[in-house]
Design a protein. Structure first.
Length: 390
């Protein structure tokens, strides 16, 4: 590795060092670097535990446990200057141990990790955010035979690389990253290079048979969910015709939510949501600016008593300061759209309450438009409670 000097039109070599010579430790340093910056491994990973040892009848513990965007558990093993000759066997044992972890156990492991870091956030909320706002009840974690392994070391022994390449022929998902420290003028640098599989040939080296099987299984699961949702939304839309000013031009969708405008303000919509645990109606504040969403939420919050009195029940007010959007919702618990016996109850609930929500919010839309119109270039709003136009 070289440092480019544009002024002298020259390059200066960085000195390749060893972790041991630099006093860098496996757990105190390399492990913490990866835990804090898992994207250094070239993909989005969610670290859910460090030094995990929750295995029955063994005191062994893996370095880092993560989830990838497909819901697979990823075992990450760090070995500093030398991989050692037994690292593959060690990691395979960890992957085998983890293969039996249930979704609830994974959530508990992640919550324990958050607590140990002094993070008070909910594991289910962060999992939902990581999986692109997918409802937690619909997230599929640790599907059978999909556990992955990532090795990190400065040097890999031939017996390790040979074993890794052989295991990949049997559809076991492994990656090897070569970690190299450099030094220049007392500054330290680190490179993490994926050496197995070679990045450009990675897709080719993954078994197509395994990939096809996974795709078929995933497609079947998705088809079933999509079929049920299409049928449910079709029945709801048929019944809502003429009963509401909303969703009159909507079509059935494969998603677990249905969106309608109604507010006549860009980024603000009324939505119906169904899951395997609840159904809800909501006003979604999803403009491109998080600041605008929070300010508009605050405007509506001033009229909370009036809105809830008109609605007839307390609403769930979610400002969600750690997210871009905000929302106001009302839910029916303990129903499951996969159970057709619940459909009548869910549909009647959604139609009745989306109409009530729209009617309760309608008098205050003019105030939202006013605030948007008079916002200054910094997005600041003058929030003063005034009488809405009725």
């Amino acid at each position: 590795m070289y440092l480019i000097n544009k002024e002298t039109n020259s390059i200066q070599p960085l000195v390749k060092r060893t972790f041991t010579a630099l006093g860098i430790k496996e757990r105190a340093h390399l492990q913490e670097w990866i835990a804090d910056n898992p994207s250094a491994l070239g993909e989005e990973l969610l670290i859910i535990q460090k030094e995990f040892s929750g295995f029955l009848e063994t005191y062994e513990r893996l370095d880092l446990l993560a989830l990838d965007k497909a819901g697979n558990l990823v075992v990450i093993e760090n070995k500093l200057d030398d991989s050692g000759k037994d690292v593959t066997w060690q990691a395979l044992k960890y992957a085998a141990y983890c293969s039996s972890l249930t979704k609830d156990q994974i959530e508990e492991i992640f919550q324990s990790y958050l607590t140990s870091k002094g993070n008070s956030k909910s594991a289910t909320l962060l999992l939902s955010e990581f999986f692109d706002r997918t409802d937690y009840s619909e997230i599929n974690l640790n599907k059978g035979g999909t556990q992955r392994i990532i090795f990190i070391a400065a040097n890999f022994r031939k017996e390790v690389t040979a074993t890794v390449l052989w295991l990949m022929r049997f559809n076991i998902q492994l990656k090897c990253f070569k970690a190299t420290p450099f030094e220049l003028n007392e500054q330290l640098f680190l490179t993490l290079d994926q050496i197995i599989p070679i990045k450009d040939a990675q897709d080719y080296m993954i078994s197509m048979a395994s990939k096809a099987q996974e795709e078929v299984r995933t497609e079947e699961e998705a088809k079933n969910r999509h079929r049920v949702r299409l049928a449910f939304w079709g029945q709801l839309l048929s019944k809502i015709k003429g009963q509401s000013s909303l969703f009159q031009n909507s079509s059935a969708t494969k998603d677990h939510w249905l969106v309608a405008g109604g507010a006549n303000i860009s980024g603000i919509s009324y939505q119906l949501v169904i899951t395997m645990n609840y159904a809800c109606v909501l006003l979604y504040l999803g403009r491109s600016s998080a600041e605008e969403n929070k300010k508009l939420f605050d405007v509506l919050s001033q009229y909370r008593n009036e809105i809830e009195k008109s609605f007839g029940s307390p609403l769930n007010w979610e400002r969600a300061d750690d997210q871009k959007s905000s929302r106001i919702s009302f839910a029916l618990q303990h129903v499951n759209y996969f159970n057709e016996e619940d459909w009548t109850q869910i549909i009647n609930f959604l139609i009745k309450n989306i109409n009530l929500l729209e009617a309760s919010i309608r008098p205050y839309l003019a105030e939202l438009k006013k605030q948007l119109k008079h916002s200054d270039i910094d997005g600041e709003f003058e929030i003063a409670k005034t009488e809405p136009q009725l």
